[in-house]
Structures are given as C-alpha cells and as structure tokens.
Design a protein around this ligand. Structure first.
Ligand SMILES: *Cc1c(COP(=O)(O)O)cnc(C)c1O
Length: 381
C-alpha cells in the first residue's frame, strides 16, 4: 500500500477549478508582486486569526525575522526560544544580529515549558555584571498545538520581554478560545506548501494588534519605502507574490474542513495505536485545539521502524532529528549534549506519521498494521 507523507496532489485535485480561476485572475491583472490579491488575502487572514492586522511576506522565516526586527531586536540582544523546533526560529533571531538562548520544552506537549522559562529568568536576574540584553521570547506552537500561553505571557511581561509566537505550524489552533498568533506582540505564519494552509511556492504572514508595527513591517518588506523610490529606512524585498495571495485566499475557504479532517484522522490514529505498546501518541494540553500539522509519536528504534515502513511504501518523517542547540550552525554557542534533555529525547525518538486531510481510514490502518508487524517481529526475535 502506498501512503505518502503528505499528498499535495490529492488536495490540488479537490480544488483545481477554483485554483485555476484564481491564477487566471492574477495573470489577467498582472498583479504579481504584492498588490490587490495580497491585500485581499491579508484582510481575510487577519479575520481568520481574529487579529486586526495581517501583513503578507515571502516566507515564515521572513515573518519571524521582520517581526523581531520591528520590535527593535538587534546586535548584541538575546532572544529566548526552544531547541525543539525547525531551525528557522533560531535563524530569524540570528539574522537580527541577536543570539538565541534556549529553554527546554515540557515532556507532554513538547512546547516551551513556562516553569523552565521562569527558572532561567530568575537565574539571569540574579547575575550581576553583564547588562541584561534579553529582549523577547519566541514560543513555538509545535505540530499544530499552541504553547502554554497564559503563563508564558505573564512571565514575559513581568520581565519586560516581547513575545513573538512562532505559529508556522498552527493555523487555526486555539488556546482557551484564542487563535494562534493573536496573543503575543506578533504571530508569525508560514505558508510553505506542506503547511496546513500551503501556498504554491513560498509565502508567510505576520499578524499583530499594533497599527504602528503593521506600518513598519509594510515599509520594511518593501525596501523601506513610504512612497515609490523614497526610502525612509533600509529595508528588504520581503513581499508576498500576487499568485500566492490568490491561491491562499482560495485555500483559506477550505481550512476549516481540512483541519477538521486532520483532527478526525488524528483521533483514528489514536484509536488504532491504543493497543500498540511502546508507541507514545500525541498529548493535547488543557484547553487547546490541536490542528495536527504533524502527527508525531515517540518510539524506541525509530530509524529501524521508519525503514521497515518505507519498504512497504509507507512514508514517515522526523521533525526534527537534531535539536537546534546541537546543530553544527549553532556549535559556536557551545551547548553540549544533555543541556536540554526533553528536546534531545524528542530528537531521538520522535517520528511523524503520514498526515493530511485526504488520508483514508484504509491508509491509516495500513500504517498502523505496519507498525504492529514491526513491534511483533521485535518481540518474537
Ligand atoms: C515552517 C516553519 C518555519 C519557517 O517557515 P518557512 O515558510 O519555511 O520559511 C518556521 N518555524 C516553524 C516552526 C516552521 O515549522
């Protein structure tokens, strides 16, 4: 049985006519870089996130970078995030000229542990001699589930830190009825093709409640210009393509159905896996809606299991095999093994099962049967 990790073609075929119509509209009006299709999507996306403003940019990485930059993060500053994330979270901090500082995740949701955040800040406050360059906290809403935002916000405010939510995997996830990205000073989204709302290319967005910040980001993403060829500050080209804006507007109409299908699929996996010993299924935090960008389980012998399934044409993935603090790129931070045990355990044992809206029950049965055969073979040998 063939089961892809994500099947973007199945989704495309289900909305083909709408997409082609939207693309034709862009071609007909030649609004390719920024323009009315991006503006229209920004309006719709802001509403969807229950946030007053949304700004379309070129990628999720750019969204994070521009949000931090606009909040004034720069050379010599430090920004707290988690090691259990995609590298882009840390890269955005580094691209501002700042240094990422890590606190570990909790062992249930694998998102930022507020207690560890507070412990770290207490230690830092106690230290004298070095000026406090800590400026912001970037919690990551991993796999489609938001971090524990109430205590994170409370701690951040007590220490005078900005909060930028990395919501790149969490379109429409909720925490106590509030949408991902809408709680902190800014929320950053990716529309990389495989995300819950994916462009047909690269795209991202920032949401915020702050009109001044919105204007600054709009200026920065467009070469720092306030009028054509009048450049107020040094900016960058970080605009969203018109084609992506139009495609994303179409896809936004379907996101509720797609996310609900993911949630239903996750429940089905939970059920099927309930009698498989040694497979730890995802846990949802209190008062949260998990939109299952990734359905990740923890198992021993992860690599052998993935290879076993691959022989059966079932394709899994690993998010992520190396925590950020152990990446070669961040070797200069000198954070060795053992620094963040929960993140390191995740990196060793986590595997992501095929997950997308169009996945069938039969395919999910195939995946779990493969896992069962593997564990039985192991017990028998
Ligand atoms: C995808 C992702 C990003 C980066 O988004 P791009 O659009 O690929 O630049 C950042 N953070 C997390 C957690 C992501 O999953």
């Amino acid at each position: 049985m063939n089961v892809q990790f994500v099947d973007l073609k199945a989704q495309y075929l289900s909305i083909r006519d709408e997409i082609l119509e939207a693309i034709q509209a862009v071609m007909g009006s030649t609004a390719f870089a920024g323009g009315p299709f991006v503006e229209q999507f920004e309006k719709e996306f802001a509403e969807f996130c229950r946030s007053p403003y949304a700004i379309g940019v070129g990628s999720g990485t750019e969204a994070l970078w521009l949000a931090l930059k606009t909040l004034g993060i720069g050379e010599g500053d430090e920004v707290i995030t988690v090691p259990n994330t995609f590298i882009a979270t840390a890269e955005a901090i580094s691209f501002c000229g700042a240094t990422p500082v890590f606190v570990d995740v909790d062992d249930k949701t694998y998102t930022m542990d507020p207690e560890k955040l507070e412990d770290y800040l207490k230690i830092r406050r106690g230290k004298t001699g070095s000026p406090n360059r800590l400026k912001a906290v970037v919690p990551v809403h991993l796999y489609g589930q938001m971090a524990d935002m109430d205590p994170i916000m409370e701690i951040a405010r007590a220490y005078d830190l900005f909060v930028v939510e990395d919501a790149c995997q969490a379109h429409w996830a909720e925490y106590k009825g509030r949408r991902a990205g809408s709680i902190g000073d800014a929320g950053c989204f990716s529309f990389y093709p495989g995300k819950n709302i994916g462009a047909y290319g690269e795209a991202g967005a920032i949401i915020t409640k702050d009109p001044v910040m919105t204007e600054r980001i709009r200026t920065l993403r467009d070469h720092g210009q306030t009028a054509r060829y009048y450049h107020e500050t040094i900016g960058w080209n970080a605009r969203m393509d018109g084609l992506q804006g139009a495609v994303l507007s179409v896809k936004l109409r379907h996101i509720y159905n797609w996310n609900n299908a993911r949630i239903k699929n996750a429940r089905f996996y939970d059920e099927l896996l309930s009698d498989v010993s040694g497979a730890l299924t995802p846990k949802k935090g209190h008062d949260r809606t998990h939109v299952f960008h990734i359905y990740a389980i923890l198992v021993q012998n992860r690599d052998a299991l993935i290879a076993w399934l691959k022989k059966r044409d079932i394709h899994c993935a690993i998010h992520y095999p190396v925590p950020v603090h152990l990446q070669a790129a961040y070797g200069f931070l000198d954070l060795g093994k053992g620094a963040f045990p929960v993140s390191e355990k995740c990196a060793q044992e986590v595997m992501s099962l095929p997950m997308f809206a169009e996945l069938t029950e039969n395919q999910m049965r195939g995946v779990v049967d493969g896992i069962k055969e593997f564990t039985q073979k192991k017990q028998g040998s």
